[in-house]
Design a protein around this ligand. Structure first.
Ligand code: ZN
Length: 210
């Protein structure tokens, strides 16, 4: 069984670093967080955005969900955690960047890929992953001769583009993008190679960052 003592020991090191002799960073953030970049990342334990990008506390406003998906804007009175985080980031923090951070070997995308349409398989996961169903359909249609591995990777990357498109269905985001005060980005952490790719809208492809 995993031990929680490892986490407590880790917190003590964190505490010594930020609340020891030099408290300037947290002292500067007591009344509010300064983050101007929002990251939407997967729950996957291998892709923690702050660790992967070597950020400090206060740098990133992060929402993590299964397969780093952005749902379309829906005014149905239901509980929308990701949408609430987006609204707060856009209107209160006034973030200047929103990054969708996808990744290789995503369990959520894998579940979507192997989903046979039986909703009884899960209470929540099946419906949540249906956000990315158009990506799966696109890959099945466009990449029919590719290997299974390549298809799943393409689905992971296509779902990032779909989430970017869904971001624009939120008025609070679309208006800021059109005003030029907010930029949207699609990133992909390729775990097997250790590379970070970004979506280049000029070429329409995911390419290594410089
Ligand atoms: Zn994932």
């Amino acid at each position: 069984m995993a031990k929680t003592q490892k986490l407590i020991d880790g917190f003590k090191r964190f505490q010594a670093q930020y609340f020891g002799d030099d408290r300037r960073l947290y002292d500067s953030m007591i009344s509010g967080q300064p983050a101007k970049t929002m990251m939407i990342a997967c729950c996957d334990s291998r892709v923690d955005p702050a660790i992967v990008t070597d950020c400090d506390p206060g740098d990133l406003f992060i929402v993590r969900n299964v397969a780093n998906l952005v749902p379309p804007c829906e005014n149905d009175g239901h509980h929308h955690g990701t949408s609430a985080a987006l609204e707060f980031a856009a209107n209160s923090l006034e973030v200047e960047n929103i990054i969708i951070m996808g990744h290789a070997n995503c369990g959520g995308i894998n579940a979507l890929w192997h989903d046979d349409g039986d909703e009884m398989q899960s209470q929540f996961l099946h419906h949540w992953m249906s956000i990315a169903k158009p990506s799966k359909d696109w890959v099945i249609n466009k990449l029919s001769s590719s290997s299974q591995e390549d298809k799943i990777k393409a689905c992971e990357q296509r779902a990032i583009l779909e989430s970017l498109a869904n971001l624009m269905t939120f008025n609070c985001i679309r208006e800021k993008v059109e005003q030029g005060t907010l930029s949207l980005h699609g990133w992909y952490f390729d775990i097997p190679t250790g590379q970070l790719l970004y979506f280049n809208s000029q070429t329409g492809a995911f390419e290594p960052v410089n």
